[in-house]
Design a protein around this ligand. Structure first.
Ligand SMILES: [Zn+2]
Length: 446
């Protein structure tokens, strides 16, 4: 086993050496171990030194075109792999993909328009070119590509360690044009309000994306014990409205209603982190002036310290329900899951070329979302997070809380799964009637 790893390593490094010399625009890092999770998060960092690149070639900007990795790991759902550019902008390449037991990433490449589609829609060993879980273009937005790039590998569950045998970054001319006539906060001239009007509220509209959500379900029976009788569900939520879904904390933290001596890192008497009240910023576009906003009091957020998170989550964001069709018609609720909290950010963007943001036969993207790209949310801060117009926020089926505990006495058969955004009706949107997605599930392991 070990012999094989080292043999593969040797071949990879020889190959890399050759490629680097002949083309001169590929850069790699030495291989290294991926340590197992041991009660606290440990990030294995691989440095890629990029140097000697021109900023422009044939009048086009030069930037990152492709990232390729090879990972030997017997359970890739443990792994979150991110790439950070020299300016510190970071995106997820792949976050806990691999369906529970998948092995290895073998010659896995990421580009902005990956030929095989999104990495989370594919299977191990992910051999080919994919769209990453994060927004690839963010890595090329500004600055020189020269400097130190970092590949960060986090192992988020105990039991398996592995090895990164290769990472390679390819640079070249960037063949896409920046958006013209885009609606931005700085230049709201091109922003549109409800029914195409030029003045009014810029409201978000969050929907549960069926293409993603309906395909990512994993049922457990008696085994393994830690997933016993759980129905795991991945969810992707997109904003197809006219304005961003943006929240802001009010800076006052509470334990049981009291704020004395409490801050975001306080663990309260109930063992949970302190809560903060949050405000939704609802943007408004006046006729000629700059965009303004009003603040609407909504729910709460808190610091989530679990591995893979260590950022702030908005409470009560999504709820799962299992329903059964009655013989007389209608639906009976069999089980209601906990309300799951999410970190709001743009893990990707909708586009008209694929089905990820397809709803009711319509693909959403730059062509039919007039304010596409308004907002930009890359991190889950306590006082600022959100989902842009045309952005989506994906939660994988092995993230914490992404499951429904099935009742002890449930039997195999046909059910209906319902995923509900904003179950407490706390957030302002242009359409509250499209917040729930229902689809059939067939249980076989009960
Ligand atoms: Zn999180």
């Amino acid at each position: 086993m070990h012999y094989n790893i080292w043999k593969q390593l040797l071949i990879f490094s020889l190959l890399c050496g050759m490629i680097t010399k002949s083309i001169g625009q590929k850069f790699s890092a030495p291989s290294g171990r991926i340590h197992d999770f041991e009660e606290k998060i440990r990030i294995d960092t691989f440095k890629i030194e990029v140097f000697g690149l021109q900023q422009k070639s044939n009048k086009k900007r030069v930037g990152l075109n492709q990232v390729c990795i090879n990972v030997l790991h017997n359970r890739t759902t443990d792994l979150k792999i991110s790439l950070v550019n020299p300016l510190g902008v970071s995106i997820w390449l792949t976050n806990r993909n691999g369906g529970g037991s998948g092995i290895n990433y073998t010659s896995t490449c990421f580009t902005r328009s990956g030929f095989f589609g999104y990495i989370h829609q594919n299977e191990n060993p992910f051999n080919g070119t994919f769209i990453p879980d994060g927004k690839f273009d963010e890595l090329n937005k500004s600055g020189s590509p020269n400097g130190t790039w970092l590949l960060l590998v986090e192992d988020l569950a105990e039991g398996v360690s592995g090895m990164l045998t290769n990472v390679e970054l390819s640079f070249g001319e960037l063949n896409f044009k920046p958006l013209k006539k885009a609606c931005t906060f700085e230049n709201p001239k091109h922003c549109k309000c409800e029914k195409g009007k030029s003045t009014g509220d810029l409201l978000p509209d969050i929907v549960v994306l069926p293409t993603f959500t309906e395909r990512q379900i994993f049922e457990f029976g008696e085994e393994p014990v830690h997933y016993r009788k759980q129905l795991h569900i991945a969810v992707s939520l997109a904003n197809i409205g006219n304005g961003p879904m943006e929240i802001k904390g009010d800076g006052r933290w509470y334990c049981d209603g009291s704020s004395i001596g409490v801050d975001s890192m306080t663990i309260c008497g109930n063992g949970k982190y302190a809560r903060q009240h949050i405000i939704q910023k609802v943007y408004y576009k006046p006729k000629r002036k700059k965009i303004s906003h009003k603040e609407v009091t909504t729910g709460t957020n808190y610091y989530d310290a679990r591995p893979g998170h260590t950022h702030f989550h908005v409470d009560d964001w999504v709820e799962f329900r299992l329903l059964k069709e009655l013989e007389t018609g209608g639906l009976d609720t069999i089980s209601t899951g906990q309300k799951v909290s999410y970190c709001l950010f743009d893990s990707g963007t909708c586009n008209d070329q694929d089905d990820i943001c397809k709803l009711g036969g319509k693909r959403y993207g730059i062509g039919n979302l007039p304010n596409y790209g308004l907002g930009n949310y890359l991190n889950c801060y306590s006082d600022f997070q959100g989902i842009s117009v045309g952005g989506y926020d994906t939660y994988g089926m092995f993230y914490e809380g992404q499951y429904l505990q099935l009742p002890e006495d449930i039997t195999n058969g046909d059910y209906v799964l319902e995923v509900v955004f904003d179950p407490k009706n706390l957030f302002v949107e242009s359409n509250k009637s499209n917040n729930s997605l229902r689809f059939p599930v067939h249980l076989v392991k009960q």
